[in-house]
Design a protein around this ligand. Structure first.
Ligand code: S3P
Length: 425
């Protein structure tokens, strides 16, 4: 796919609904009593995989564009699926649903695409097994396909070796079905949408520092969920607005949860002009409008506890680093290697093709910025965040950029190219 290039980007954009929150709304709504109404639901392929899994387990789900009605059947209302649950490309679906399935009264199998079949699942198999769950990797390689046989679960205090909201959420969801309290402590705090939303559904969830805990729930109660715009989708336009001369973009209704807002802090540290307007709370999540203006950027160091708050934005940050003056160093981000692609290797491969000075490290990248970048054929490795990041890089380089498998943006942002081009036209 050849990317259209524009000399200036301008206008107002409401970004699509948050992917993490959309997944959780479907899952928790399915386990609740009564109807859950989700508005501004993300109609990306990943969230549709979650819907299809719950439909296969007997949940009636109605879709009216980005409004979704979930007719929940309670914590014990799921029924045994007649075929394999297809999680597609979605790590969030796989890991969160596994926590729920571990505590059911039936067995089932989960599988997804080639990328999912190479992503690590030991990180959920270990704690679920400690809880008394029966979950195994069918090919014995600690990846999907997974076989899960529902069991009576026990509460545990789990020290997770990785800062991962998917692992934390998996264990907390299993904790809903356990015979006592369950807690998860992470090395750094990951996104807390599960804790916030489960609390709103009526579960007893507590957060203290990097520890989240839950009590087994008697019931969850259906509710209204207005999904905020996804800051991970907004990130592409934040970057584009900063990089393309004379640009000015207003992104409306963007989630700015402090466990997700690292990209904003990094852009500001690089000298970017971002202004938060109209800050408010919507559906238990902080949101704001964000005004971004073209800025000259300088390098920065991104490391430590900020990493989980911007983990999906690192490809975009690496590109900002390539256009910034001076050095940008990203460390403590080994998790990038086990995302939809190995994002360290794939960023090094593609940014090098464009003429950037970038070096991969075991847990990040070093980018010596400021060299002019030129067009290239980019291999997205079917990773949506790689494709979108390079469509933005295309706006700031000389020459044409072609992205292989560029339609993979469908995973989290089906209308991405339309929205990008609308700001240029
Ligand atoms: C997500 C958590 C993150 C993130 C992913 C969505 C979630 O993954 O990269 O896109 O919704 O919980 P990890 O938990 O593996 O870090």
């Amino acid at each position: 796919m050849k990317i259209k290039q524009f000399s200036r980007l301008q206008g107002e954009l409401p970004v699509p609904g948050d992917k993490s929150i959309s997944h959780r709304a479907v899952m928790f709504g399915s386990l609740a009593q009564g109807t859950t109404r989700i508005t501004h639901f993300l109609e990306g392929a990943d969230c549709l995989s979650t819907i299809s899994c719950f439909r296969k387990m007997g949940i009636h789900i109605e879709r009216f564009g980005d409004e979704v009605l979930i007719h929940g059947k309670g914590l014990h209302g799921l029924s045994e699926p007649h075929s394999v649950l297809d999680v597609g490309n979605s790590g969030t679906t796989t890991r969160l649903i596994s926590g729920i399935l571990a505590g059911q009264r039936f067995s089932c199998e989960l599988n997804g695409d080639a990328s999912i079949q190479s992503r690590p699942m030991k990180r959920i198999i270990t704690p679920l097994t400690l809880m008394g769950g029966a979950i195994s990797s069918i090919r014995g390689n600690d990846c999907a396909p997974l076989a899960i046989c529902g069991k009576r679960l026990h509460g545990i205090d789990y020290a997770s070796p990785v800062a991962s909201a998917q692992v934390k959420s998996c264990v907390l969801l299993a904790g809903l079905y356990a015979d006592g309290p369950t807690s998860v402590t992470e090395p750094a705090l990951s996104r807390d949408h599960t804790e916030r939303m489960l609390r709103a559904f009526g579960a007893e969830v507590f957060s203290e520092g990097n520890t989240a805990s839950i009590l087994p729930a008697p019931a969850l109660c259906g509710m209204e969920i207005p999904v905020p715009g996804d800051i991970s989708s907004a990130a592409y336009f934040l970057a584009a607005g900063l990089l393309v001369p004379e640009s000015e973009i207003l992104l409306t209704n963007v989630g700015i949860n402090p466990t997700r807002d690292g990209m904003l802090r990094v852009c500001q540290a690089m000298g970017g002009s971002l202004t938060l307007l109209n800050e408010r709370i919507s559906g238990g999540e902080p949101v704001a409008d964000i005004l971004v203006k073209a800025s000259s950027l300088h390098g920065t160091v991104v490391e430590g506890d900020i990493i989980p708050t911007l983990i999906d934005e690192v490809p975009m940050i690496a590109i900002l680093g390539a256009f910034a003056q001076g050095e940008t160093i990203i460390r403590d981000a080994a998790e990038l290697k086990v995302k939809e692609s190995d994002r360290i290797a794939v960023m090094v491969e593609n940014l090098s093709k464009m003429g950037a000075d970038i070096e991969g490290t075991p847990d990040g990248m070093i980018i010596r910025g400021g060299r002019p970048l030129h067009g290239a054929v980019i291999d997205s490795h079917k990773d949506h965040r790689i494709a979108m990041s390079f469509a933005v890089a295309a706006q700031a380089c000389e020459g044409e950029v072609e992205i292989l498998d560029g339609e993979c943006v469908n995973i989290s942002y089906p209308e991405f190219y339309r929205d990008l081009y609308s700001l240029g036209e």
